[in-house]
Design a protein around this ligand. Sequence first.
Ligand SMILES: [Fe+2]
Length: 320
Amino acid sequence: MVERELREISLEAMAVLSFAHEAKDRYAAGHSRRVTDIATAIGKRLSLNEEELTDLKWGSLLHDIGKIAVDELTINKPGRLTGAEYEHVMTHPIVGASIVRPVAGSKSITEIIEHHHSHYDGSGFNQKLRGEDIPLLARIVALADAYDAMTSPRSYRPALSRDEALSEIRRSIGRQFDPAVANAFLEMSTADITPGRRRILVTDDEASIRLLVRSILGNEYAVIEAGNGQKAVEVAQSQHPALILMDVLMPEKDGLQACYEIKANLATKDIPVVMLTAIDLEMNKKLAANWGADGYMTKPFTPQELLDAVTQFLKSTPNS
Ligand SMILES: [Fe+2]
């Protein structure tokens, strides 16, 4: 077996290990995959060559592998970390780099892992390099990592919307983020950021349900969220997801009304809408169908039931 193949297999095995560890943390499930999509999109926009893009992919997929060595209770602690706990968690870039170094075959991969928490202005925790001295690929992953963290919920705060996260990035240009990397990212659309991954919009006023759906589907799909029917109608129009999962009872605008408006709009009428409800009544299914819904799912559902339903509904729709 050629050395290159052996290296790929070793890195692949490490990535699987990292995904498995990530899946245990309900806030981090799918994180490395999403960071890789975002980092790759930025890398392409900055015209990186094939070799750099490959290193960027492995560095992104493995950037948090060092968390395997971090105490589980600290990682999953609800609420903010104490100073000592933060210091402990922040050993993961160095630990991760040393785990991957023997098989990486490229200095760039370990550099990404080691420096992915570095701030451009040098103000990050215990960091040694600043500005252009931080390897470019690490500066890219730092931004992708921060964006995904901001747009994912935490135990102590809800997820920021895409626009809120973009404003935060804009405010931190030159401080936390490299201006060239941040500007390349700000110029991109959602479609650029999640290439090849189909977008699924989950609409539910309960953050815990949105989080659950996101953690089940996040590895395979780009999950976007709306907290009420009105927002769902707007997001359907602006981001054109491949499928919409819609709660029925919601404040402001309920799911049936939102479904009706999505189906009445020429730009969004072909997006399948699957209603999610806690009440399994034949009458409700008929009602949902009358308002234009394509399907109906009863809560609670198992992860496999949700994955199966999504696969089934996406089969009938073209890529978007
Ligand atoms: Fe990290």
